[in-house]
Design a protein around this ligand. Structure first.
Ligand SMILES: [Zn+2]
Length: 221
């Protein structure tokens, strides 16, 4: 209970295998971290950032919370955004949701009380805002999947609307915000094609993006 020996055994094996393949691996990481990517994903244990995209330590700066929510009153998330953009100079922010997300399901089930309910309030707002899109689906699982996708779209926009990201664009920093969704059932990522690369795209393309997604839902039924 106190030592968790298996995990330390695993750790020693892993560290050994890393230097077997590349003897200078850890030495290089000590010098600096220069990740090109910031991953904002769900805390779900089935969605581990580095493994899914096959990248080693040092390649991805990671922020995870329940249901990959980006709230402008979340100092933790904002500090991660600021550090990764202003100091690390990441080039890509990946907002990665996943199908069958428990946080999204809680919203659909009307679980709005307590700390988790309060945390998920932005998703409840997404659900209300896109009720007509969601109503296309009578099947509860399809409705669940659609809200997972719409949540990614909205959180991608939420990232793009932060002062931190907008100021980076104003000063000419190269930065793209992507919205992806991961399938727990097949291990595959899907690009929702809502990439935002500059402030002018934030407002002009918002409604078009939701429209495109709606067309996709209808086509995929
Ligand atoms: Zn989740």
């Amino acid at each position: 209970m106190r030592l968790l020996k298996d995990l330390f055994d695993n750790n020693r094996c892993w560290a050994k295998s890393m230097v077997q393949d590349d003897p200078a691996f850890f030495e290089r990481l000590v010098g600096q971290q220069a990740p090109e990517f910031l991953w904002i994903g769900c805390s779900d244990s089935r969605v581990p950032a580095n493994q899914i995209v096959g990248l080693p330590p040092g390649a991805v700066f990671v922020h995870r919370n329940i249901a990959n929510v980006v709230r402008h009153d979340d100092r933790n998330c904002l500090a991660v955004l600021q550090y990764s953009i202003d100091v690390l100079k990441v080039k890509h922010i990946l907002v990665v949701g996943h199908y069958r997300c428990g946080g999204v399901k809680a919203v659909l089930d009307g679980e709005t009380s307590g700390l988790i309910g309060d945390w998920l309030r932005p998703i409840a707002e997404v659900e209300q805002r896109h009720r007509s899109v969601l109503d296309i689906h009578s099947n509860p699982d399809q409705r669940w999947d659609r809200l997972c996708e719409l949540n990614v779209v909205e959180q991608t926009l939420s990232v793009a609307r932060t002062a931190i990201v907008r100021e980076a664009w104003v000063r000419g920093q190269e930065l793209a915000v992507h919205g992806w969704i991961y399938g727990i059932h097949n291990g595959l990522l899907r690009d929702l094609d809502v990439t935002i690369t500059g402030e002018e795209e934030v407002f002009s393309h918002t409604s078009r993006r939701v429209e495109l997604l709606t067309q996709h839902f209808v086509a995929a039924r």
